[in-house]
Ligand binder design. Structure first.
Ligand SMILES: [Ca+2]
Length: 153
């Protein structure tokens, strides 16, 4: 199974993901407003909670995204299927010129599945799981080692 776009190749998809995220934020804000209307004194506290909430890394729904640097920084790549060799995905900001051995942080925004990053191509060697909804600002010992990925339930 091939990749479904890497980096800026799918700007339209990324933009839609942002729109969905913005909508979710509006919905959350709506909830806060409703609560504030019932109890006006609670409004400042609710606002404070919103400000301190951890922002999610930017990643379209249904994909696992990964970045060239820790903390979801640098250049972003993403995959939505199983991929047995990340050498197939060019990324000029990686030493190898591809995503092979380059990912340093990741966020699984998949709808239903967890994903495993493998040390070697063809789903071999050791690996780490990135569970559905999980973000890892550092891949730890797997930093710059991922060479394939497979989804699982
Ligand atoms: Ca590797």
């Amino acid at each position: 199974m091939g990749i479904r776009g890497v980096g800026s190749a799918l700007a339209g998809r990324a933009a839609r993901g942002t729109a969905v995220a913005a909508m979710a934020l509006v919905m959350a804000a709506g909830g806060v407003t409703a609560a504030a209307a019932e109890r006006p004194a609670a409004a400042p506290g609710a606002q404070e909670t919103e400000v301190t909430a951890q922002p999610r890394p930017s990643c379209p729904r249904g994909w696992v995204c990964f970045w060239t640097k820790h903390g979801f920084r640098g250049h972003r790549g993403k995959v939505a299927g199983n991929n047995r060799n990340w050498q197939a995905f060019p990324e000029r900001y990686c030493r190898s010129g591809t995503w092979d051995n380059c990912a340093s942080s990741a966020y699984n925004n998949g709808r239903t599945h967890h994903v495993r990053f493998y040390q070697h191509p063809n789903y071999r060697g050791r690996g780490i799981n990135i569970y559905k909804g999980q973000s890892r600002s550092s891949l730890g010992w797997m930093n710059d080692r991922t060479s394939s990925n497979k989804w699982f339930r």
